[in-house]
Ligand binder design. Sequence first.
Ligand code: DGY
Length: 320
Amino acid sequence: MERRRLLITRRLTEAVEARARRDYDVVLNEDDHVMSAAELKDALTDVDAALICITEKFDGDLIAALPERFKVVSTFSVGTDHIDLEAARARGLRVGYAPHGVTIATAEIAMLLILGAARRAPEGERLVRSGNWQGWEPRQLLGRRLDGKRLGIFGLGKIGQALAQRARGFDMEIHYHNRRRLPEVEERGAIYHDTFEGLLEVSDVLSLNAPSTPETRNIINRETIARLPQGAIIVNTARGDLIDDEALIAALREGQVAYAGLDVYAGEPKIHPAYRELENVFLLPHLGSATIEARDQMGFEALDNIDAVFAGREMPYGVV
Ligand code: DGY
């Protein structure tokens, strides 16, 4: 039987690439550069499927230009905000994603940001590296303990729940807001707030774990920040555009927000330059899912979708 041609837009883990090569004629982006829109469009002209990443935009123009033989795009991510799902639906293009692989790794990064922010780890690390550390001091870099603090999780989905489980180990009290209250078995004692504002008011630490949608974009802004307890911590491992950067930067300067831990940014890899100047931010380069275990699983989930389409089965992780 003729082997299908599969474009893989970025270099993935060895195990994922090996499985893809076993089952497909793979077109690889050997040097792993971010493909331009024109290059991507060109590369899609003679393949049957693509395994893409969050660095490739699958917008309406690109989807409209796909050749007829092209059947399925599967993304190596839980987020699908880089894909125009309406345009995919209209074209009859199948879209799959990778919903589970990221969960634990991203929750760990959220916990790392919370700990790092509460204990001022980035400042400590910079101090040691600078060569200016003069030794132990009773008032040096005083942070806050986490036990007894209220962790507000905006978006208690899989990642939010995995974060809650970890935060319980630090004796934090878990609060959350979702559009709908979860069944008790999934809440595991977390306290539900039926409004986002209600959640903000009790969040000593606020973690953003919701997808980027028209409703969540800039949900952290001057008005919502003002509802947080004075000196709150905000961490974001979801999508950068949930935060109005100007508003957060002002709040960090004024101390309304004591610390922010950011793994994602609007317009990344460009970030608002003021973040680089501020001491009270912990900045990571979108490392949420960056573990071997997560990246293997994400790749296998994405490939499972493509395999299913060509076998005439339902995709296990289908979006469209
Ligand atoms: C995702 O899966 O959406 C992350 O942002 C990339 O791992």
